[in-house]
Design a protein around this ligand. Structure first.
Ligand code: GLU
Length: 304
């Protein structure tokens, strides 16, 4: 497969989508990013790397961090996690409060904000220095020491964090948040504020393309069974309330973030990370989705 030619082609053919989306500005620090950035990095399980565009510019990974925190929680608690978080697509925006009342404080899945807050609460039980350990986990997977949590972004989100605070308090009233709400929110904002470039992200997700074993470090990060489960959740819930449309168009387990990143996995083959900060109405990278649609359409490579 000519991955390099394919990446360049989809990058070129999606240029017309520049200016069609809107950078997230409900977190003010994210609103300052250059909207025209775009890059794609593809890392294969046999060690090759293909890139095009802005692949070495760190950006805010936001909800993509929820895959790392879920992986850590699954390592700690395995299937126990599902007593407190569901596995169903929500069909609602990522920060919606609507379902939580009806569903007794148990969020639909670990990738909407409510679910990710519960996962963060679980990590507070197990990790004595949680942010350092989350960062250490990601740095090792990515093979890069330079990955940080951007304090300015975390503080900016905290300042405008009323909705996440509401979610956390509401779940606490059902007993599904066990630590202090402020501690949970602080860690949640800090892991969402982690910045990485496309190359590091593609490398860090490679274990999900190789049955849970990181092909570079050789470490079995997750069992193959938990890896299957995590990829399945990305397939059904990784793109908020656009997960069905995205599965229809792209057909790869993927996770997006409001920083404009999307990471996609083709088990047995590759991990692909892209960044395009202009978002569509669901909070997903507008050009990124167009590029992934073309990528799987031209290559015929998807899980289907
Ligand atoms: N930190 C963001 C929030 O809580 C994450 C949103 C996202 O990327 O989906 O709103």
């Amino acid at each position: 497969m000519d991955y390099q030619g394919l990446l360049e082609r989809v990058c070129h053919e999606t240029e017309a989508f520049r200016g069609k989306g809107k950078v997230a500005d409900y977190i003010p620090a994210l609103g300052r990013v250059d909207p025209g950035r775009f890059g794609i990095a593809l890392a294969t399980v046999d060690g090759s790397l293909y890139t095009t565009g802005d692949v070495d510019k760190p950006f805010s990974i936001q909800s993509i961090s929820k895959v790392f925190t879920l992986a850590l929680a699954l390592k700690q608690e395995g299937d126990q996690v599902w007593k407190r978080v569901g596995k169903e697509p929500s069909g609602h925006p990522f920060n919606s409060l609507a379902q939580l009342e009806v569903e007794q404080g148990v969020p639909r899945n670990p990738f909407i904000n409510g679910g990710a807050l519960v996962i963060t609460d679980i990590l507070l039980d197990h990790l004595p220095r949680p942010l350092e350990e989350i960062l250490g986990f990601i740095r090792e997977l990515a093979g890069s020491d330079s990955i940080i949590s951007d304090e300015e972004v975390a503080l900016s989100e905290e300042e405008k964090g009323d909705r996440n605070a509401a979610l956390a308090h509401f779940m606490k009233s059902f007993g599904n948040i066990r630590h202090g709400v402020d501690d949970v929110l602080k860690l949640y904002f800090s892991h969402c504020a982690i910045t990485m470039d496309c190359i590091s992200l593609a490398r860090a997700f490679l274990f999900l393309a190789d049955g849970g074993r990181h092909p570079v470090t050789g470490e079995q990060v997750l069992t193959s069974s938990l890896t299957k489960r995590l990829n399945s959740l990305m397939m059904t819930s990784g793109l908020y309330n656009e997960s069905g449309e995205f599965a229809y168009r792209v057909g790869l387990p993927s996770k997006s973030g409001v920083g404009g990143g999307i990471v996609s996995i083709l088990p047995g083959h590759f991990s692909l990370a892209l960044w395009g900060p202009e978002l569509n109405a669901c909070g997903n990278s507008l050009r990124g989705i167009e590029a992934l649609d073309l990528f799987t359409t031209y290559s015929g490579l998807s899980v289907f």
